[in-house]
Design a protein around this ligand. Sequence first.
Ligand SMILES: *Cc1c(COP(=O)(O)O)cnc(C)c1O
Length: 422
Amino acid sequence: MDPDKASALDKQDDLACYRQEFYLKEGIIYMDGNSLGLPSKRTEAALLQMLEAWKEHGIDGWTKGDKPWYYLSETLGGQSAFLVGAKPHEVIVTGSTTVNLHQLAASFFKPEGKRTKILADELNFPSDIYALQSQLSLKGLDADTHLVKVKSKDGQTLDEDEIIACMTEDVAMAVLPTVLYRSGQLLDIERLTKAAHERGIIIGFDGCHSVGAIPHEMHKWGTDFAYWCNYKYVNGGPGAAAGLFVHEKHLGRKRPGLSGWFGSNKEQQFDMEHTFTPADSAGAYQIGTPHIFSSAPLSASLEMFKEATMAAIRRKSLSMTRVMMDLIEEELSGYSFEIVNPKEDARRGGHVALMHPEAARICKALKQDGVIPDYRSPNIIRLAPAPFYTSYGEIWKTVQFLKTIMREKRYEQFENIREVIA
Ligand SMILES: *Cc1c(COP(=O)(O)O)cnc(C)c1O
């Protein structure tokens, strides 16, 4: 692979037209779209439009303007449904990842008789684990004994057979990642869902690292619930309102675990009755007033995903991560890097996970060169080429920077410790 081949790939790229819509900084290669996606001119315009609606309509913005705030979460939910393969009424844009997990666990974790445990995994994102521990405590159960964590053999990936082996008779609910945040392993969601259901277990997925990167068929697979953030691959902006999916089979004016007035049937919400009438859609799982400015950019971003199609996005993502892995193997051998994400297309998400004992300071050296990587303690460098705005040329350059940093040991000028946010 040489720079000419990279530019040839860029010329053939059918998503290349989107790059000019994004705010990319001169001299900076952004490989961190899996932590915070970049803004585009369209998302900026959508946010400013919402500010205009506030100026123009004041309180009437709830029902007036082209995006009335009262219906915004439902509208965006419907617009995001295709990202997870859901029906429009199965998705709502609301809250944050962790809050939505609290809501879903409060609604779907029903310990009964011998079934009193929650199944998770030892590589899970800490916030998810904290939430599940709280939910167990709230039910009067000891989190140490009731949160079962599937073990990882290699410290990076999980084995579906082992997850299924942990789906025992005492498990009431399983909560697993779609894509693991460190290694980028994509789990077989369909198979795990089927296995859980055969064993009488409710199953939900954290889609933070797959939504916007990978197509899903949550409805068809029969997954009970899912939740995800919209600020990573979906480019909704820092703290963007999150997404939540509840399968149709569970909908129908059911009271969620955590009720609030925005979960009401919309016609009845303003009756101000003390009897709660939940919506018959995933909207029932909302709690309070939606965060309008944190939702506004999403309408524009989702429009881009719809236009580009998830199939094309996944195709380009797989091709970019493949090129990156090939380049790493060609150019960086002998420098103790290890690619720890699964190599097969069907088992990897949207980023390449590189393990190295000096990862923290290699990331600092990359940043000095103008490459924005993503470091995960203790030893992982995550590099996420974003289908909308990363070019093959940038992938080539990133690997060249890495090679120079290693050859000249330029990382040695930095301390091998992480920053406050890493
Ligand atoms: C990013 C991420 C979160 C973050 O949760 P917030 O509530 O949005 O802060 C949770 N889980 C996973 C797997 C993540 O990748």
